[in-house]
Design a protein around this ligand. Structure first.
Ligand code: 5GP
Length: 199
């Protein structure tokens, strides 16, 4: 019997290296994909519409909320973000593990709606490292960086409903931990109990 895909939520401050950790853990496997969110913020240099995000207007965002086309949605530092529901369902039904890289308010909505989701909080070793990474990225103003650091502190205080924490100090170690979590989640009793009925 083939197993259904898992919904895997990763959160943590932007600059924590979440997507780098996951991309490294994904190397050589074809059972994990990222969901592409919609957002009302402007693309950063190098970001591609339809790949990094679907960049949409406030009006289109409101429309999607009204049509219940988003699995979850939230405001983050003055912009709206949301996860299109249809893609996630389609991929999970096809056996893919789907990654949502979303902030804490949206993650809480997923926790309530999809109890089987695996929730992982990924953080840098300290907030000074985060500040340096955000400055080094060179895509946000000093003001936006400060707003993101304030938000990071709030998120830490609200993160008590996650299942796992990964501290991204060493990338190889963090990616190995991520892969181990996915592996273990697929070995859970409720995932494997059908084997016990075979005798
Ligand atoms: P950024 O603007 O740096 O790309 O993302 C800002 C924050 O929004 C990050 O914490 C990211 O995880 C979160 N985010 C991205 N897409 C979504 C989404 O679809 N829903 C929610 N709730 N948060 C999102």
């Amino acid at each position: 019997m083939s197993e259904k895909g898992k919904l895997i939520v990763i959160s943590g401050p932007s600059g924590a290296g979440k997507s780098t950790v996951v991309r490294q853990a994904m190397q050589g496997r074809n059972d994990i994909c990222f969901s592409t969110s919609v957002t009302t913020r402007q693309p950063r240099p190098g970001e591609v519409d339809g790949k990094d995000y679907f960049f949409i207007t406030d009006e289109k965002f409101r429309e999607m909320v009204e049509q219940d086309a988003l699995l979850e949605h939230a405001e983050y530092v003055a912009h709206s973000y949301g996860t299109p529901r249809a893609f996630v369902k389609q991929q999970m039904d096809a056996g893919m593990n789907v990654i949502l890289d979303i902030e804490v308010q949206g993650a809480r909505q997923v926790r309530e709606k999809m109890p089987g989701a695996v929730m992982i909080f990924i953080i840098p070793p300290d907030l000074e490292t985060l500040r340096r990474r955000l400055i080094g990225r060179g895509t946000d103003s000093a003001e936006t960086i400060e707003a993101r650091l304030v938000r990071a502190r709030q998120e830490y205080a609200e993160a008590d409903f996650y299942d796992y924490i990964i501290v991204n100090d060493d990338l190889d170690q963090a990616a190995a931990e991520f892969a181990a979590i996915i592996q273990a989640e697929h070995c859970r009793y409720e995932e494997r109990s059908h084997w016990l009925k075979k005798i």
